[in-house]
Design a protein around this ligand. Structure first.
Ligand code: PHE
Length: 388
């Protein structure tokens, strides 16, 4: 902005004003003021730097720029003021002012860059997109609750001296039925109760998916009898048969307490002097260990199985807890029928014993308080993950 004809910049300091007026008059004084002028130029640059640094937005910076380098800016006004000076003065002062101008411009440029950089960083930050997927956790698996029960059953019977045997799930008619004293017209042999496989055995009979683990009595006892036949020949007693055979079994049956595939654990104890009393002792011990409680009663309820005589269902009742006082059927049992002992390849006059079939699925339901058997076999992880 011009003030009168002196063309002195509005922002010019007093020193500049004096300098311009007195320069010609007195070189000495002029020199003094020249120094002042330089100091003032330095201050101008410093002020511009400070102003620029204060601007935190590009628009603010452009406003600050206008104050120094705009049409009426302080630097511009200084340059304009040169017009009224002699050529030598112009040269000398012009150089100084231009140098200051360059410094101001450099400061402006640096600040512009810094702000642009800042803006870009802020934008990058605001628009940041997380393209990484969360890691895939590998859950630790757990044993199926029925497998847990099987392991417990094996461990407990193992501790009382029982062997653990495994056998085929596709059975011959003889092992599943005939050898077990099942009459030809027994309902277990019907298609309503047993799954048959589209294949026949050597006797021309359909193979079946074993409807119980009892065929394992026959398989194990026959192998045992054969193994110790040499003792028999010498009139010596063979070691007792003590075995359990847990595994999968199949029946045409499906509701809350029956599944077409289910589990059984067969047991067999044969010797020269084994009685129902032994069965009761072993069973009582087993269930107390399995359910981890002494608050438990056991009862034998007369029943019928073709392969045992007498036969009994085994019921247990807890003396405390949610199932307190209710009798629950947990196994079938009985003294092995002489016909079956004969099919073992043993003399029923000499060898006697008992067999039992435990339902591990049932025991698992009782142990964990599960009221629908089908849950075990649907493979729903929400259910299964609870057993770890
Ligand atoms: N096999 C019988 C069942 O499936 C159970 C049983 C086994 C009964 C051994 C007596 C002796 O029901």
């Amino acid at each position: 902005m011009l003030r009168g004809s002196s063309r002195v910049p509005e922002h010019a300091g007093l020193s500049e004003l004096i300098f311009i007026k007195s320069f010609k008059a007195d070189v000495k004084i002029g020199l003094f003021y020249f120094k002042r002028f330089m100091t003032d130029l330095d201050q101008l640059v410093q002020q511009a730097q400070a102003d620029f640094a204060q601007a935190s937005l590009p628009a603010e910076l452009e406003n600050a720029k206008a104050r120094y380098l705009g049409k009426a800016g302080r630097v511009t006004e200084l340059l304009k003021a040169l017009a009224s000076l002699s050529p030598e003065e112009k040269k000398a002062r012009g150089g100084q002012i231009n140098a200051a101008k360059q410094q101001v411009e450099a400061a402006l440029q640096a600040r512009r860059q810094a702000l642009a950089e800042q803006e870009m960083q802020a934008q990058l930050h605001a628009e940041a997109l997380d393209v990484s997927l969360p890691g895939r956790g590998r859950g630790t698996g757990g044993l199926h609750p029925v497998s847990r029960s099987m392991e417990r059953i094996e461990a407990i019977f193992g501790s009382i001296g029982f062997d653990v045997a495994d056998g085929p799930e596709i059975e011959t008619d003889w092992h599943s039925f005939t050898a077990l004293n099942n009459p030809e017209n027994h309902p277990a042999r019907s298609m309503q109760d047993t799954f048959y496989v589209d294949m026949k055995d050597e006797q021309g009979r359909w193979l079946n998916l074993r409807p119980h683990t009892s065929p394992m009595q026959v398989r194990y006892a026959r192998a045992h009898a054969q193994k110790y036949a040499h003792l028999e020949a010498q009139g010596l007693p063979m070691p007792e048969i003590r075995v359990i055979a847990p595994g999968r079994t199949y029946r045409v049956d499906s509701d809350a307490t029956h599944s077409p595939m289910f589990h059984q654990c067969e047991g067999l104890w044969i010797g020269e002097n084994v009685s129902f009393k032994d069965l009761k002792v072993v069973f009582t011990q087993f269930f107390k260990l399995f359910f981890e409680t002494d608050d438990l009663q056991l009862r034998f309820r007369p029943s019928f199985f073709p392969f045992t005589e007498p036969s009994a269902e085994v019921d247990i009742a807890f003396e405390s807890g949610p199932l307190k006082g209710r009798w629950l059927e947990v196994a079938g049992s009985g003294q092995v029928h002489p016909n079956v002992v004969r099919n073992f390849g043993l003399d029923p006059e000499r060898y006697i014993g008992f067999a039992f079939g435990i339902g591990p699925d049932r025991l698992t339901m009782l142990r964990y308080g599960v009221n629908d058997l089908r849950l075990f076999f649907e493979g729903d992880l929400r259910f299964l993950a609870q057993f770890k």
